[in-house]
Design a protein around this ligand. Structure first.
Ligand SMILES: NC(=O)c1ccc[n+]([C@@H]2O[C@H](COP(=O)([O-])OP(=O)(O)OC[C@H]3O[C@@H](n4cnc5c(N)ncnc54)[C@H](O)[C@@H]3O)[C@@H](O)[C@H]2O)c1
Length: 423
């Protein structure tokens, strides 16, 4: 978080009253949830525009947001009164974001991460505050674009919150405050191991681009692979506590069970050894294989003890508890990130500049993926400077996406030792 120079409210609001107008770009599960959380913050927030590549997804989201049943879970708050999105402010297609962004003070970016760099760039160009989901890119070219736009956001004093919500969770914040209790951090472990996620099967009549957009998790240009899409949360915690980013990575990975036609090109497991500038090592593992051990957690080991994030405690080398956070009192970080963002905006404060860390933690995940896909030692500086750009030449439902299936409907999958990845 930044020091908070007070700025005139005139910098923040498009209207004369205190209404903060929001636009939702990417109206899926998380975007709909984030819009609800923004509307439930204590400020006078109004959803005025919605944009999605697909109109049916937008309609589903609108229905969910305006459902009177919501009030039962929202302490009686009727969200519908905070939503003003008539037909002419519902936009679909690849260019929908360009139409929605100008209408808002704050934009929520929650599409698959491949689009984040262009959407974030546009929001900052139009001087909007941003809540954007992680990851913020899927390739180094996208990371560099986000870093450049993050710099512009700082110059324009635009608040940017990234949905790496552990930064907004009290248990993590309290552990971070006490990290000196473990001395120097010499190693760390991070896990995102579980059964995996949804598959959206190919439907009759879809173009290849539409199919990949709908089944986006399985295509690296859209998703970044699961090391990037989910495991980023855990690597980001280690970066946060280390107050730095790895200088190199090496690792291994592949796909053992994720072999169907609808499984695109991503792996189902990655194990990466990240080395930081001081020589300390993060061992990171992520696996999407049903029937295996589930664990989503982080552990930091120091010269004087351990921080066990999952247990929300700090212990000395003998296991004596030095600090225990009462997890029963923990907050909902998904709500807190919006509460704090909108409170700052309402007060005219410049308080949040999460984009740079969001980009560098995304780069950490991409570095890990480059290591597992190639089987080589990959250095941060070279990886970040890599010309690797996975995005299509043209965004159009009839255009060819950057990866295509073979005659049998299967996609090429990276092979360590063979795959060369842009440097
Ligand atoms: N912080 C968290 O814990 C958390 C949890 C879930 C998802 N997420 C993140 O949120 C993002 C979205 O995930 P989701 O689960 O909501 O996926 P989703 O598939 O439910 O929603 C994505 C939506 O974006 C739309 N979309 C795709 N391309 C678009 C484009 N170019 N322009 C406009 N709309 C477009 C899709 O049609 C879809 O409606 C991902 O980056 C994901 O990692 C974060």
């Amino acid at each position: 978080m930044l020091a908070a120079p007070f700025l005139s409210k005139a910098n923040y609001f498009s209207g004369a009253d205190d209404t903060i107008k929001i636009a939702l770009i990417g109206c899926g599960g998380r975007g709909t949830g984030a819009a609800m959380q923004a509307l439930l913050s204590k400020q006078n927030v109004k959803l005025v525009a919605m944009a999605d590549a697909f109109r049916d997804n937008l309609d589903r989201s609108y229905k969910r947001l305006t459902d009177p049943e919501n009030a039962k879970n929202n302490g009686g708050v009727d969200l519908a009164s905070r939503i003003d999105v008539p037909e002419e402010r519902k936009f679909s297609g690849f260019d929908a974001y360009q139409k929605a962004i100008p209408l808002a003070d704050v934009v929520i970016l929650a599409t698959p991460p491949g689009f984040r760099p262009i959407h974030f760039e546009e929001a900052i160009k139009q001087s909007k505050h941003v809540f954007m989901e992680k990851p913020v890119a899927t390739d180094p070219t996208g990371v560099r674009r986000v870093l450049a736009a993050a710099e512009t956001a700082k110059q324009k004093k635009l608040n940017v919150v990234v949905g790496l919500q552990r930064h907004y969770q009290n248990s993590y914040r309290e552990l971070f405050k006490r990290k000196k209790l473990i001395g120097d951090i010499t190693s760390a472990q991070a896990w995102w191991n579980n059964d995996g996620v949804w598959v959206r099967k190919r439907m009759y009549g879809q173009t290849e681009m539409e199919y990949q957009m709908r089944n986006w998790y399985y295509f690296v240009w859209l998703c970044g692979d699961h090391i990037c899409e989910q495991h980023i949360h855990n690597m980001d915690v280690i970066n946060w506590f280390k107050e730095g980013y790895p200088v190199k990575a090496q690792g291994m990975g592949g796909r053992q069970v994720r072999k169907g036609k609808d499984h695109g090109e991503i792996f189902d497991h990655h194990y990466v050894e990240f080395t930081y500038a001081d020589g300390s090592v993060l061992n990171s593992q992520c696996r999407h294989i049903p029937g295996t051990m589930s664990k989503v957690d982080e552990l930091l080991i120091g010269t004087k003890g351990k921080i066990q994030c999952g247990d929300a405690n700090i212990v000395d080398p003998k296991g004596k508890v030095l600090f225990q956070f009462d997890t029963k009192t923990d907050n909902n970080p998904y709500q807190t990130e919006h509460d704090e963002l909108f409170a700052a905006i309402a007060k005219g404060e410049y308080k949040f500049a999460d984009a740079e860390n969001g980009a560098k933690s995304t780069m950490t995940a991409i570095l890990g993926r480059m290591a597992t896909y190639t089987g080589q030692v990959v250095e941060w500086d070279k990886a970040l400077a890599s010309p690797l750009n996975l995005q299509p030449q043209t965004y159009d439902f009839n255009a060819a996406p950057p990866v295509l299936p073979n005659d049998e409907g299967y996609y090429p999958v990276s092979i360590p030792g063979v795959t060369k990845y842009g440097f």
